[in-house]
Design a binder for this molecule. Structure first.
Ligand code: UT7
Length: 317
């Protein structure tokens, strides 16, 4: 059905912030962060924007796909941390790579890349696009309260991208939203209207970690089972699992509950932390460039997060 992957790419900013460095800023320790989350360092922007990350990841994905920007029919970027509401991240990338196609952003928080990928599948299936560039890009460091130890140790910046085209490698998918849920909340800039009398909240990430954890483990397991069954496959047919890199304990739990060996789960959370919509495409691009991913193999992608939302798909590489 619908698509195959032509190429992938990713980009992370140069500045790595270690757990020891964070321990000097808030009351935390390398031991706590490694044990409870599994992150040892994260990349943090010092001057680049989410659009800059998206541009570098896009260029790398185009090179890997061996196609020119003029051959793209659509660009979709998933982000919650664009530095401008308008122009969009996708539109900025379109102009910088020299593409001529329509481009737009979507927001489904940490599940955003998989929502964008499924949207790309719809365009390709409808025949209105052949080659689509799908991006997940975040500068989450601007949405973090760097005095809050419950969030500042978790997140990181970066972008991942994939070029997809018509093919038969998208076997099944699922998208889920539990709307208006404030388990994870990031208030936007309230504005300066003299008429608005509503509450003004700080524009930083608030996350009820334990509630999110419960949601994540239940969705990751059920979504992966669902797409595998829908594709007419069994869990033992899966060669690689690429999930949202939110917490190493969530990945360990999913491996045990699903009975899928842990070595089939690609993990890079230790190096980059949780990069929200960029997390799955960065991991997919790293897996692809490692040479471990072979044509014809079965890969499951799974994400969960703000919204609350979750998404998964099963693909033939
Ligand atoms: O991307 C969206 C999806 N996000 C997720 O899936 C995240 C899911 N949730 C999690 O990964 C975990 O819940 C967290 C990593 C966010 C938190 O881990 P936890 O094991 O659930 O910790 P907790 O919130 O229950 O806190 C346990 C203790 C508390 O102290 P007390 O009350 O037991 O004395 C916290 O104050 O750990 C304390 N704590 C910390 N200690 C040292 C919280 N953050 C830190 C910290 N360093 N950075």
């Amino acid at each position: 059905m619908a698509i195959k992957f032509l190429g992938t790419g990713f980009y992370v900013p140069e500045r790595a912030v270690t757990n020891d460095e964070l321990s000097e800023m808030v009351d935390t320790s390398d031991e706590w962060i490694m044990q409870r989350v599994g992150v040892s360092r994260r990349r943090v922007s010092t001057y680049e924007t989410a659009s800059d990350f998206a541009f570098y990841a896009a260029k790398s994905a185009l090179e890997s796909a061996n196609i020119n920007a003029e051959d793209l029919d659509l660009i979709i970027a998933a982000t919650i941390s664009s530095d401008t509401v308008c122009p969009t991240v996708a539109g900025t990338v379109q102009s910088r790579i020299g593409a001529k196609c329509p481009a737009f952003d979507i927001n489904s928080a940490c599940s955003g890349f998989l929502f964008a990928l499924d949207t790309a599948v719809s365009f390709i299936t409808r025949g209105t696009a052949k080659n689509v560039l799908v991006i997940g890009a975040e500068r989450l460091s601007k949405l973090i309260d760097w005095t809050d130890r419950s969030t500042c140790v978790i997140f990181g910046d970066g972008a991942g991208a994939a070029v997809v085209t018509s093919g038969d490698g998208y076997l099944a998918s699922t998208l889920y939203t539990s709307g208006g849920n404030q388990v994870i909340e990031i208030p936007a800039y309230v504005g300066a209207s003299p008429f608005y009398k509503g509450e003004e909240k700080k524009p930083f990430v608030f996350m009820d970690g334990q509630e999110t954890f419960k949601f994540a483990v239940s969705k990751i397991v059920n979504d992966i089972k669902y797409v595998t069954e829908k594709a007419g496959l069994s869990l033992s047919d899966i060669d690689h699992v690429v999930t949202h890199q939110a917490n190493i304990r969530i990945i360990d739990y999913a491996s045990k509950r699903l009975g899928i060996p842990r070595e089939k789960f690609f993990v890079d959370i230790e190096k980059y932390g949780n990069t929200s919509a960029a997390s799955v495409p960065i991991a997919l691009a790293e897996l692809n460039s490692s040479g471990l991913l072979k044509r014809g193999e079965t890969v499951v992608l799974s994400a969960f997060g703000g919204g609350l939302s979750s998404a998964a798909c099963i693909i033939k590489w």
